[in-house]
Design a protein around this ligand. Structure first.
Ligand code: TRP
Length: 330
């Protein structure tokens, strides 16, 4: 069975965009592949999280993944920092990574621009750590969005370079499993395109019904259609796209007809949309809270994941050490 690896930085709660995008695809993948889903807490250090937030942020994602239905008995779910083998491979890749190529990556340039007073070496070597995450399990496929394409190219490059350097065919180049192509794109509520991590624009799985209603009622709309059957402007289309995802088909069609004959009242539509989002997320929210309340259980699940991940990682690392020339001395 092919191996799939995917990492997520624990920098916030999962929102509807994550759920209908990546997470729903993971639910399918965990049946079809040897999946390893991990929480990239080392990667999150490029922005210097507070010590008291480190464990809590990972637990949050862990609870959210589990609540969404990622099954720790089917997939391996682990926290990156529980698998130290990754760091050794990271070091080897760093020895073969050049300053010029790392400086040229768009993610580095962008982050360096965003945090000019903290352009640290971890930021620079973000792609080698990501390559180590993937190649430590010799993954064949990595589900990623478009924004990660360059990092994926770097991972392939470090796999290739290792093989060339040592004259081996050890690492296979990992393929990107494009999420952008298949997954539903969830728009934000402020009319600015995609649902992302800004509060006015985002509905989190953990949001309670009152918060969801408030956010949806505040979503940007326009003055309403003036001509029958006119094309929907982006802000309106966004609401319809959300409705298409969370509401029953006939609800969507009802409001679509109202749009087309110009009798739509956005207030009514938003009320319905809010209720349908509440219905879709409420069971997940309850499960998230239940998982979060039982930290012993979360720790047990994390340990199980770490054990499986370390087993897979140390197999790779033993071979890598041998290839590089670090043969056991005792
Ligand atoms: N860079 C990814 C992101 O920001 C997170 C990540 C880290 C990752 N390591 C990975 C994703 C390995 C896939 C595979 O979204």
């Amino acid at each position: 069975m092919e191996t799939v690896v995917s990492g997520i930085r624990p920098t916030g709660n999962l929102h509807l965009g994550n759920y209908y995008g990546a997470v729903k695809s993971f639910l399918q993948m965990q049946n079809d592949y040897n999946c390893l889903f991990f929480i990239a807490d080392w990667h999150s250090m490029t922005t210097r999280p507070k010590p008291e937030d480190i464990v809590r942020s990972s637990n949050t994602i862990l609870a959210e993944y589990l609540a969404c239905g990622i099954d720790p008995h089917k997939a391996t779910i682990y926290v990156q920092s529980d698998v130290p083998e990754v760091l050794e491979l990271y070091l080897y890749f760093n020895m073969n990574a050049y300053l010029g190529e790392l400086e040229r990556t768009t993610t580095f340039k962008e982050k360096a621009r965003k945090q000019p007073d903290n352009v640290n070496a971890g930021l620079l070597t973000y792609p080698t750590l990501m390559a180590a995450d993937i190649l430590i399990h010799r993954a064949a496929k990595v589900p990623v969005g478009k924004d990660q394409e360059q990092n994926m190219e770097m991972a392939r490059r470090y796999a290739r370079r290792f093989n060339t350097m040592y004259g081996v065919e050890f690492f296979k180049e990992p393929e990107s499993f494009s999420l952008s192509a298949k997954a539903v794109k969830i728009p934000g509520l402020d009319g600015s395109g995609k649902m992302g991590k800004s509060d006015g624009n985002c509905i989190y799985l953990i949001d309670d019904p009152a918060t969801i209603r408030k956010k949806v009622m505040k979503a940007v709309t326009d003055a309403g259609p003036t001509e029958p059957d006119s094309e929907k402007p982006e802000v309106i289309q966004n609401l319809f796209t959300l409705m298409e995802v969370v509401s029953p088909r006939d609800t969507y069609e009802y409001f679509d007809a109202k749009w087309r004959d110009c009798s739509i009242r956005y207030g009514d539509m938003k009320k319905q949309l809010a209720e349908d989002i509440v219905a879709a997320t409420e069971p997940i929210r309850e499960k998230i809270n239940a998982y979060l309340a039982d930290t012993d259980n979360l720790a047990r699940i994390a340990r199980m994941g770490a054990e499986k991940a370390r087993e897979s990682a140390s197999k790779t690392l033993d071979e890598v050490r041998h290839i590089i020339g670090f043969k056991p001395r005792f």
